[in-house]
Design a protein around this ligand. Sequence first.
Ligand SMILES: NC(=O)c1ccc[n+]([C@@H]2O[C@H](COP(=O)([O-])OP(=O)(O)OC[C@H]3O[C@@H](n4cnc5c(N)ncnc54)[C@H](O)[C@@H]3O)[C@@H](O)[C@H]2O)c1
Length: 458
Amino acid sequence: MKIKNICCIGAGYVGGPTMAVIALKCPHINVTVVDANLEKIKAWNGPLNKLPVYEPGLAEIVGEVRNKNLNFSDNIKSSIENAEMIFMAVNTPTKTTGEGAGMASDLSYIESCAEDIAKYSKSDKIVVEKSTLPVRTAEKIKEILKSRNKDVHFEILSNPEFLAEGTAINDLFKSDRVLIGGDQTSTGKKAVQELVKIYTNWIPRDKIYTTNVWSSELSKLASNAMLAQRISSINTLSALCEKTGANVVEISKAVGMDHRIGPNFLNASVGFGGSCFQKDILNLVYLCRHYGLEEVAEFWHQVVKINDYQKERFSQKIIDTFKGNLINKKIAILGWAFKPNTKDSRETPSKYVAVKLLEEGAIIEVNDPMINLEQIKSDLRSYFQSKSIERVKIDSLLKNVTFLSFEKIHTRIFSSIAIITAWPDYESIDWKSLSLKTKIFDGCNVTNENKNIYSIGV
Ligand SMILES: NC(=O)c1ccc[n+]([C@@H]2O[C@H](COP(=O)([O-])OP(=O)(O)OC[C@H]3O[C@@H](n4cnc5c(N)ncnc54)[C@H](O)[C@@H]3O)[C@@H](O)[C@H]2O)c1
Protein backbone atom coordinates (compact mmCIF):
# COMPACT_ATOMS: atom_id res chain seq x y z
CA MET A 1 0.00 0.00 0.00
CA LYS A 2 1.48 3.35 -1.02
CA ILE A 3 0.48 6.26 1.19
CA LYS A 4 -0.68 9.19 -0.93
CA ASN A 5 -3.49 10.53 1.25
CA ILE A 6 -3.58 10.96 4.99
CA CYS A 7 -6.67 11.85 7.00
CA CYS A 8 -6.35 13.11 10.56
CA ILE A 9 -9.45 13.11 12.74
CA GLY A 10 -9.14 15.87 15.35
CA ALA A 11 -7.88 19.37 14.51
CA GLY A 12 -6.72 20.27 18.02
CA TYR A 13 -3.39 20.98 19.69
CA VAL A 14 -1.98 17.70 18.39
CA GLY A 15 -3.77 17.14 15.07
CA GLY A 16 -3.19 20.68 13.74
CA PRO A 17 0.57 21.06 14.33
CA THR A 18 1.55 17.41 13.63
CA MET A 19 -0.30 17.35 10.31
CA ALA A 20 1.08 20.76 9.31
CA VAL A 21 4.60 19.38 9.81
CA ILE A 22 3.86 16.11 7.94
CA ALA A 23 2.44 18.14 5.03
CA LEU A 24 5.49 20.42 5.01
CA LYS A 25 8.00 17.59 5.10
CA CYS A 26 6.10 15.25 2.74
CA PRO A 27 5.01 17.35 -0.27
CA HIS A 28 4.11 14.12 -2.09
CA ILE A 29 1.34 13.32 0.43
CA ASN A 30 -2.06 15.03 0.65
CA VAL A 31 -3.01 15.64 4.25
CA THR A 32 -6.59 16.42 5.26
CA VAL A 33 -7.44 17.33 8.84
CA VAL A 34 -11.09 16.92 9.81
CA ASP A 35 -12.99 17.79 12.94
CA ALA A 36 -16.54 17.53 14.24
CA ASN A 37 -16.23 21.13 15.43
CA LEU A 38 -17.07 23.25 12.38
CA GLU A 39 -15.97 26.51 14.04
CA LYS A 40 -12.53 25.03 14.54
CA ILE A 41 -12.25 24.03 10.89
CA LYS A 42 -13.38 27.52 9.88
CA ALA A 43 -10.68 29.01 12.10
CA TRP A 44 -7.97 26.73 10.62
CA ASN A 45 -9.02 28.02 7.20
CA GLY A 46 -9.15 31.63 8.41
CA PRO A 47 -6.53 34.34 9.07
CA LEU A 48 -3.12 32.98 10.08
CA ASN A 49 -2.96 35.19 13.16
CA LYS A 50 -6.20 33.67 14.47
CA LEU A 51 -5.57 29.92 14.10
CA PRO A 52 -7.20 27.87 16.88
CA VAL A 53 -3.78 26.82 18.18
CA TYR A 54 -0.90 29.18 18.88
CA GLU A 55 2.57 27.69 18.58
CA PRO A 56 5.70 29.60 17.58
CA GLY A 57 6.34 28.83 13.88
CA LEU A 58 2.98 27.14 13.24
CA ALA A 59 1.27 29.98 11.34
CA GLU A 60 4.21 30.22 8.92
CA ILE A 61 4.01 26.51 8.10
CA VAL A 62 0.24 26.58 7.69
CA GLY A 63 0.65 29.62 5.42
CA GLU A 64 3.08 27.67 3.26
CA VAL A 65 1.18 24.41 2.79
CA ARG A 66 -2.50 25.21 3.37
CA ASN A 67 -4.65 24.56 0.29
CA LYS A 68 -1.64 22.90 -1.35
CA ASN A 69 -1.15 19.53 0.33
CA LEU A 70 -2.71 20.48 3.69
CA ASN A 71 -6.48 20.94 3.91
CA PHE A 72 -8.83 21.48 6.80
CA SER A 73 -12.26 20.06 6.13
CA ASP A 74 -15.54 19.12 7.79
CA ASN A 75 -16.15 16.34 5.30
CA ILE A 76 -15.19 13.41 7.50
CA LYS A 77 -16.78 10.83 5.18
CA SER A 78 -14.86 11.64 2.01
CA SER A 79 -11.59 12.26 3.87
CA ILE A 80 -11.77 8.79 5.40
CA GLU A 81 -12.80 7.23 2.09
CA ASN A 82 -9.85 8.78 0.23
CA ALA A 83 -7.11 8.11 2.76
CA GLU A 84 -4.85 5.09 2.98
CA MET A 85 -3.71 6.15 6.46
CA ILE A 86 -5.95 7.67 9.15
CA PHE A 87 -4.64 9.30 12.32
CA MET A 88 -6.91 9.55 15.34
CA ALA A 89 -5.95 12.70 17.27
CA VAL A 90 -9.14 13.26 19.25
CA ASN A 91 -9.34 14.22 22.90
CA THR A 92 -9.28 11.58 25.63
CA PRO A 93 -10.27 13.46 28.81
CA THR A 94 -10.82 11.94 32.22
CA LYS A 95 -14.26 10.33 32.52
CA THR A 96 -16.72 12.39 34.51
CA THR A 97 -19.47 9.79 34.90
CA GLY A 98 -19.87 6.02 35.00
CA GLU A 99 -17.30 3.38 35.92
CA GLY A 100 -13.87 4.88 36.54
CA ALA A 101 -15.25 8.45 36.76
CA GLY A 102 -12.54 10.89 37.85
CA MET A 103 -9.73 8.47 36.93
CA ALA A 104 -10.15 6.49 33.72
CA SER A 105 -9.92 7.96 30.21
CA ASP A 106 -13.13 8.78 28.42
CA LEU A 107 -12.74 6.81 25.20
CA SER A 108 -16.07 7.82 23.68
CA TYR A 109 -14.41 10.21 21.18
CA ILE A 110 -11.98 7.50 20.05
CA GLU A 111 -14.81 5.00 19.79
CA SER A 112 -16.87 7.36 17.69
CA CYS A 113 -13.85 7.89 15.40
CA ALA A 114 -13.54 4.13 15.00
CA GLU A 115 -17.27 3.93 14.17
CA ASP A 116 -16.81 6.57 11.44
CA ILE A 117 -13.74 4.84 10.03
CA ALA A 118 -15.62 1.52 9.88
CA LYS A 119 -18.66 3.19 8.30
CA TYR A 120 -16.88 5.12 5.54
CA SER A 121 -13.97 2.82 4.62
CA LYS A 122 -14.22 1.06 1.27
CA SER A 123 -10.55 0.07 0.96
CA ASP A 124 -7.86 -1.21 3.34
CA LYS A 125 -6.65 1.33 5.91
CA ILE A 126 -3.82 1.84 8.34
CA VAL A 127 -5.34 3.41 11.44
CA VAL A 128 -2.89 5.26 13.69
CA GLU A 129 -3.56 6.04 17.35
CA LYS A 130 -2.12 9.53 17.86
CA SER A 131 -4.22 10.29 20.93
CA THR A 132 -2.86 9.21 24.31
CA LEU A 133 -4.64 6.00 25.21
CA PRO A 134 -4.68 3.38 27.95
CA VAL A 135 -2.63 0.30 27.20
CA ARG A 136 -4.60 -2.25 25.13
CA THR A 137 -6.97 0.31 23.56
CA ALA A 138 -5.92 -0.91 20.11
CA GLU A 139 -7.74 -4.14 20.93
CA LYS A 140 -10.97 -2.24 21.48
CA ILE A 141 -10.54 -0.23 18.27
CA LYS A 142 -9.85 -3.40 16.31
CA GLU A 143 -13.00 -4.96 17.73
CA ILE A 144 -15.14 -1.99 16.62
CA LEU A 145 -13.59 -1.84 13.14
CA LYS A 146 -13.77 -5.57 12.51
CA SER A 147 -17.29 -6.04 13.77
CA ARG A 148 -18.70 -3.07 11.81
CA ASN A 149 -16.87 -3.55 8.52
CA LYS A 150 -15.92 -7.02 7.38
CA ASP A 151 -14.92 -6.05 3.82
CA VAL A 152 -11.87 -4.00 4.65
CA HIS A 153 -8.57 -4.93 6.32
CA PHE A 154 -7.58 -2.53 9.11
CA GLU A 155 -4.12 -2.42 10.59
CA ILE A 156 -3.84 -0.52 13.90
CA LEU A 157 -0.65 1.29 14.86
CA SER A 158 0.19 3.22 18.01
CA ASN A 159 2.18 6.40 17.38
CA PRO A 160 1.85 8.55 20.52
CA GLU A 161 2.71 12.22 20.32
CA PHE A 162 5.45 13.59 22.58
CA LEU A 163 5.30 17.27 21.58
CA ALA A 164 5.08 19.83 24.35
CA GLU A 165 2.79 22.82 23.91
CA GLY A 166 4.75 26.03 23.45
CA THR A 167 7.58 24.22 21.62
CA ALA A 168 5.46 21.92 19.45
CA ILE A 169 6.98 22.82 16.08
CA ASN A 170 10.54 22.49 17.28
CA ASP A 171 9.65 19.20 19.01
CA LEU A 172 8.09 17.88 15.79
CA PHE A 173 11.04 18.96 13.65
CA LYS A 174 13.61 17.50 16.03
CA SER A 175 11.84 14.75 17.95
CA ASP A 176 13.94 12.97 20.59
CA ARG A 177 12.24 9.85 19.33
CA VAL A 178 9.30 8.76 17.23
CA LEU A 179 7.62 5.71 18.67
CA ILE A 180 5.64 3.34 16.47
CA GLY A 181 3.94 0.25 17.84
CA GLY A 182 2.41 -2.39 15.60
CA ASP A 183 1.28 -5.98 15.52
CA GLN A 184 4.09 -8.49 15.10
CA THR A 185 2.32 -10.07 12.10
CA SER A 186 3.55 -9.65 8.52
CA THR A 187 0.80 -7.10 7.70
CA GLY A 188 1.45 -5.34 11.00
CA LYS A 189 5.16 -5.06 10.25
CA LYS A 190 4.43 -3.71 6.75
CA ALA A 191 2.11 -1.07 8.18
CA VAL A 192 4.80 -0.02 10.67
CA GLN A 193 7.24 0.39 7.77
CA GLU A 194 4.79 2.65 5.91
CA LEU A 195 4.67 5.00 8.88
CA VAL A 196 8.45 4.78 9.34
CA LYS A 197 8.81 5.87 5.68
CA ILE A 198 6.77 9.00 6.34
CA TYR A 199 8.84 10.05 9.33
CA THR A 200 12.19 9.35 7.65
CA ASN A 201 11.43 12.32 5.38
CA TRP A 202 12.89 14.41 8.21
CA ILE A 203 13.62 12.27 11.30
CA PRO A 204 16.88 10.23 11.35
CA ARG A 205 16.11 6.50 11.24
CA ASP A 206 17.92 5.82 14.52
CA LYS A 207 15.43 8.07 16.32
CA ILE A 208 12.47 6.01 15.16
CA TYR A 209 11.82 3.22 17.61
CA THR A 210 9.42 0.44 16.68
CA THR A 211 7.84 -1.75 19.36
CA ASN A 212 4.77 -3.86 19.93
CA VAL A 213 1.48 -1.94 20.26
CA TRP A 214 1.11 -2.30 24.02
CA SER A 215 4.63 -1.01 24.76
CA SER A 216 4.01 2.00 22.56
CA GLU A 217 0.67 2.82 24.20
CA LEU A 218 2.11 2.43 27.71
CA SER A 219 5.33 4.37 26.94
CA LYS A 220 3.35 7.56 26.45
CA LEU A 221 1.64 7.27 29.85
CA ALA A 222 4.98 6.31 31.41
CA SER A 223 6.76 9.34 29.89
CA ASN A 224 4.15 11.81 31.09
CA ALA A 225 4.05 10.20 34.53
CA MET A 226 7.83 10.49 34.88
CA LEU A 227 7.92 14.12 33.71
CA ALA A 228 5.13 15.11 36.09
CA GLN A 229 6.80 13.15 38.87
CA ARG A 230 9.89 15.37 38.58
CA ILE A 231 7.74 18.49 38.97
CA SER A 232 5.98 17.08 42.02
CA SER A 233 9.32 15.94 43.45
CA ILE A 234 10.88 19.40 43.28
CA ASN A 235 7.65 20.94 44.56
CA THR A 236 7.74 18.75 47.70
CA LEU A 237 11.26 20.05 48.28
CA SER A 238 10.10 23.65 47.79
CA ALA A 239 7.89 23.21 50.86
CA LEU A 240 10.83 21.83 52.86
CA CYS A 241 13.06 24.68 51.66
CA GLU A 242 10.62 27.23 53.05
CA LYS A 243 10.85 25.59 56.47
CA THR A 244 14.62 25.22 56.55
CA GLY A 245 16.15 28.23 54.79
CA ALA A 246 17.44 26.17 51.88
CA ASN A 247 16.66 27.68 48.49
CA VAL A 248 14.82 25.55 45.95
CA VAL A 249 16.36 27.37 42.97
CA GLU A 250 19.79 26.38 44.27
CA ILE A 251 18.59 22.85 45.02
CA SER A 252 17.30 22.50 41.43
CA LYS A 253 20.60 23.65 40.04
CA ALA A 254 22.70 21.47 42.34
CA VAL A 255 20.59 18.38 41.73
CA GLY A 256 20.23 18.97 37.98
CA MET A 257 23.98 19.32 37.49
CA ASP A 258 24.27 15.58 38.10
CA HIS A 259 24.25 14.16 34.57
CA ARG A 260 22.32 11.13 35.82
CA ILE A 261 19.46 13.47 36.79
CA GLY A 262 19.74 16.41 34.36
CA PRO A 263 18.28 19.91 34.74
CA ASN A 264 14.91 19.69 32.95
CA PHE A 265 11.56 19.71 34.73
CA LEU A 266 13.15 20.68 38.03
CA ASN A 267 11.77 24.21 38.42
CA ALA A 268 9.56 24.69 41.45
CA SER A 269 6.16 26.13 40.56
CA VAL A 270 2.53 26.37 41.62
CA GLY A 271 2.16 22.94 40.02
CA PHE A 272 1.77 21.43 36.60
CA GLY A 273 -1.29 22.10 34.45
CA GLY A 274 -2.30 21.35 30.91
CA SER A 275 -4.62 18.75 29.51
CA CYS A 276 -2.24 15.81 29.76
CA PHE A 277 -0.23 15.21 32.92
CA GLN A 278 -3.06 14.90 35.43
CA LYS A 279 -5.36 12.93 33.16
CA ASP A 280 -2.61 10.57 32.02
CA ILE A 281 -1.42 9.84 35.55
CA LEU A 282 -4.97 9.29 36.80
CA ASN A 283 -5.43 6.92 33.89
CA LEU A 284 -2.24 5.11 34.87
CA VAL A 285 -3.46 4.86 38.46
CA TYR A 286 -6.76 3.46 37.23
CA LEU A 287 -4.98 0.89 35.06
CA CYS A 288 -2.75 -0.22 37.94
CA ARG A 289 -5.80 -0.66 40.17
CA HIS A 290 -7.56 -2.57 37.39
CA TYR A 291 -4.64 -5.02 37.32
CA GLY A 292 -4.62 -5.27 41.14
CA LEU A 293 -1.39 -3.27 41.61
CA GLU A 294 -2.55 -1.13 44.53
CA GLU A 295 0.96 -0.11 45.73
CA VAL A 296 1.99 0.97 42.23
CA ALA A 297 -1.26 2.88 41.83
CA GLU A 298 -0.69 4.69 45.13
CA PHE A 299 2.88 5.64 44.17
CA TRP A 300 1.70 7.42 41.02
CA HIS A 301 -1.39 8.88 42.67
CA GLN A 302 0.90 10.80 45.03
CA VAL A 303 2.25 12.77 42.05
CA VAL A 304 -1.22 14.24 41.46
CA LYS A 305 -1.93 14.66 45.17
CA ILE A 306 1.30 16.66 45.63
CA ASN A 307 0.32 18.81 42.67
CA ASP A 308 -3.00 19.62 44.36
CA TYR A 309 -1.15 20.28 47.63
CA GLN A 310 1.16 22.77 45.91
CA LYS A 311 -1.72 24.76 44.38
CA GLU A 312 -3.47 24.75 47.76
CA ARG A 313 -0.27 25.72 49.61
CA PHE A 314 0.31 28.72 47.34
CA SER A 315 -3.28 29.96 47.62
CA GLN A 316 -3.30 29.49 51.38
CA LYS A 317 -0.08 31.49 51.69
CA ILE A 318 -1.88 34.48 50.16
CA ILE A 319 -4.95 34.00 52.34
CA ASP A 320 -2.87 33.65 55.52
CA THR A 321 -0.88 36.80 54.72
CA PHE A 322 -4.14 38.75 54.92
CA LYS A 323 -5.16 36.82 58.08
CA GLY A 324 -7.98 35.14 56.24
CA ASN A 325 -9.66 38.36 55.21
CA LEU A 326 -9.65 38.89 51.45
CA ILE A 327 -13.00 40.62 51.21
CA ASN A 328 -12.76 43.34 48.54
CA LYS A 329 -8.96 42.98 48.35
CA LYS A 330 -7.74 43.63 44.80
CA ILE A 331 -5.44 40.84 43.67
CA ALA A 332 -3.66 40.63 40.32
CA ILE A 333 -3.01 37.22 38.82
CA LEU A 334 -0.21 37.23 36.28
CA GLY A 335 -0.53 34.41 33.76
CA TRP A 336 -3.57 32.31 32.87
CA ALA A 337 -2.07 29.90 30.28
CA PHE A 338 -0.87 26.73 31.97
CA LYS A 339 2.63 27.57 30.75
CA PRO A 340 4.27 30.24 28.58
CA ASN A 341 3.97 30.31 24.77
CA THR A 342 0.59 28.68 24.58
CA LYS A 343 -2.98 29.91 24.77
CA ASP A 344 -4.07 26.65 26.35
CA SER A 345 -5.52 27.08 29.83
CA ARG A 346 -6.74 23.55 30.45
CA GLU A 347 -6.07 22.57 34.11
CA THR A 348 -4.11 25.77 34.62
CA PRO A 349 -3.00 26.28 38.24
CA SER A 350 -4.10 29.93 37.88
CA LYS A 351 -7.70 28.79 37.78
CA TYR A 352 -7.41 26.97 41.12
CA VAL A 353 -5.72 29.93 42.77
CA ALA A 354 -8.33 32.33 41.34
CA VAL A 355 -11.20 30.15 42.55
CA LYS A 356 -9.80 29.99 46.07
CA LEU A 357 -9.28 33.76 46.22
CA LEU A 358 -12.70 34.55 44.73
CA GLU A 359 -14.36 32.27 47.27
CA GLU A 360 -12.64 34.29 50.00
CA GLY A 361 -14.17 37.51 48.59
CA ALA A 362 -11.21 38.89 46.62
CA ILE A 363 -11.52 40.99 43.48
CA ILE A 364 -9.34 39.50 40.76
CA GLU A 365 -7.64 41.16 37.80
CA VAL A 366 -5.92 38.74 35.42
CA ASN A 367 -3.20 39.43 32.90
CA ASP A 368 -2.18 37.00 30.18
CA PRO A 369 -0.42 37.83 26.92
CA MET A 370 -2.51 35.34 24.92
CA ILE A 371 -5.74 34.65 26.76
CA ASN A 372 -8.67 37.07 26.90
CA LEU A 373 -11.25 37.74 29.60
CA GLU A 374 -13.93 35.71 27.82
CA GLN A 375 -11.78 32.56 28.02
CA ILE A 376 -10.81 33.26 31.64
CA LYS A 377 -14.45 33.65 32.68
CA SER A 378 -15.48 30.61 30.69
CA ASP A 379 -12.80 28.50 32.44
CA LEU A 380 -13.99 29.72 35.83
CA ARG A 381 -17.65 29.22 34.97
CA SER A 382 -17.03 25.62 33.88
CA TYR A 383 -15.12 24.96 37.08
CA PHE A 384 -17.87 26.38 39.31
CA GLN A 385 -20.52 24.50 37.32
CA SER A 386 -18.61 21.25 37.78
CA LYS A 387 -18.86 21.85 41.53
CA SER A 388 -22.64 22.33 41.20
CA ILE A 389 -22.52 25.95 42.39
CA GLU A 390 -25.76 27.85 41.71
CA ARG A 391 -25.86 30.09 38.66
CA VAL A 392 -26.66 33.25 40.63
CA LYS A 393 -23.68 32.65 42.88
CA ILE A 394 -21.41 31.99 39.88
CA ASP A 395 -22.56 35.22 38.20
CA SER A 396 -21.84 37.21 41.33
CA LEU A 397 -18.35 35.64 41.73
CA LEU A 398 -17.52 36.32 38.07
CA LYS A 399 -18.43 40.00 38.48
CA ASN A 400 -15.26 40.20 40.53
CA VAL A 401 -13.03 39.13 37.62
CA THR A 402 -11.65 41.63 35.09
CA PHE A 403 -8.76 41.74 32.64
CA LEU A 404 -5.57 43.57 33.54
CA SER A 405 -3.53 44.97 30.68
CA PHE A 406 0.25 44.59 30.93
CA GLU A 407 0.78 48.37 31.06
CA LYS A 408 -1.50 48.71 34.08
CA ILE A 409 0.45 46.20 36.20
CA HIS A 410 2.72 49.09 37.18
CA THR A 411 0.13 51.80 37.55
CA ARG A 412 -2.71 50.14 39.42
CA ILE A 413 -2.58 49.55 43.15
CA PHE A 414 -3.17 45.98 44.32
CA SER A 415 -3.20 44.43 47.76
CA SER A 416 -1.35 41.56 46.21
CA ILE A 417 0.08 40.20 42.96
CA ALA A 418 0.32 36.45 42.31
CA ILE A 419 2.70 35.44 39.51
CA ILE A 420 1.73 32.00 38.28
CA THR A 421 2.81 31.58 34.65
CA ALA A 422 6.45 32.37 33.81
CA TRP A 423 5.73 34.46 30.69
CA PRO A 424 8.95 36.17 29.55
CA ASP A 425 7.08 39.55 29.60
CA TYR A 426 7.06 39.45 33.39
CA GLU A 427 10.85 39.50 33.57
CA SER A 428 10.83 43.17 32.51
CA ILE A 429 8.61 44.27 35.42
CA ASP A 430 10.24 46.44 38.08
CA TRP A 431 9.42 44.17 41.02
CA LYS A 432 11.46 46.18 43.50
CA SER A 433 9.30 49.28 43.08
CA LEU A 434 6.08 47.25 43.07
CA SER A 435 6.97 45.31 46.21
CA LEU A 436 7.07 48.52 48.23
CA LYS A 437 3.30 48.92 48.00
CA THR A 438 2.05 45.44 47.22
CA LYS A 439 2.51 41.93 48.62
CA ILE A 440 3.93 39.84 45.81
CA PHE A 441 3.67 36.05 45.61
CA ASP A 442 6.03 34.66 43.04
CA GLY A 443 4.93 31.17 42.05
CA CYS A 444 7.58 30.68 39.38
CA ASN A 445 10.60 32.49 40.79
CA VAL A 446 10.86 35.22 38.16
CA THR A 447 11.48 38.06 40.62
CA ASN A 448 15.03 37.03 41.47
CA GLU A 449 15.17 36.81 45.23
CA ASN A 450 13.80 40.16 46.26
CA LYS A 451 13.57 39.96 50.06
CA ASN A 452 10.14 41.62 50.15
CA ILE A 453 8.64 39.02 47.88
CA TYR A 454 7.39 35.55 48.71
CA SER A 455 9.07 33.28 46.16
CA ILE A 456 8.07 29.65 46.13
CA GLY A 457 10.63 27.51 47.93
CA VAL A 458 13.03 30.38 48.55
N1 LIG B 1 -2.15 18.83 23.92
C1 LIG B 1 -0.97 18.24 24.01
O1 LIG B 1 0.05 18.88 24.31
C2 LIG B 1 -0.83 16.77 23.76
C3 LIG B 1 0.45 16.23 23.62
C4 LIG B 1 0.58 14.88 23.36
C5 LIG B 1 -0.55 14.07 23.28
N2 LIG B 1 -1.79 14.62 23.46
C6 LIG B 1 -2.95 13.75 23.33
O2 LIG B 1 -3.49 13.93 22.02
C7 LIG B 1 -4.92 13.81 22.05
C8 LIG B 1 -5.55 15.07 21.49
O3 LIG B 1 -5.21 16.14 22.35
P1 LIG B 1 -5.47 17.66 21.93
O4 LIG B 1 -4.85 18.48 22.99
O5 LIG B 1 -5.08 17.84 20.52
O6 LIG B 1 -7.06 17.71 22.04
P2 LIG B 1 -8.03 18.87 21.50
O7 LIG B 1 -9.19 18.88 22.41
O8 LIG B 1 -7.23 20.12 21.30
O9 LIG B 1 -8.46 18.36 20.05
C9 LIG B 1 -9.24 17.24 19.84
C10 LIG B 1 -10.19 17.53 18.70
O10 LIG B 1 -10.87 16.33 18.32
C11 LIG B 1 -12.18 16.68 17.89
N3 LIG B 1 -13.02 15.48 17.93
C12 LIG B 1 -13.37 14.75 19.01
N4 LIG B 1 -14.09 13.68 18.63
C13 LIG B 1 -14.20 13.74 17.29
C14 LIG B 1 -14.82 12.92 16.33
N5 LIG B 1 -15.44 11.79 16.67
N6 LIG B 1 -14.77 13.29 15.03
C15 LIG B 1 -14.12 14.42 14.66
N7 LIG B 1 -13.50 15.23 15.53
C16 LIG B 1 -13.54 14.90 16.83
C17 LIG B 1 -12.60 17.77 18.85
O11 LIG B 1 -13.62 18.58 18.29
C18 LIG B 1 -11.27 18.55 19.02
O12 LIG B 1 -11.19 19.64 18.12
C19 LIG B 1 -5.29 13.51 23.49
O13 LIG B 1 -5.37 12.12 23.68
C20 LIG B 1 -4.08 14.05 24.28
O14 LIG B 1 -3.90 13.38 25.49
C21 LIG B 1 -1.95 15.95 23.67
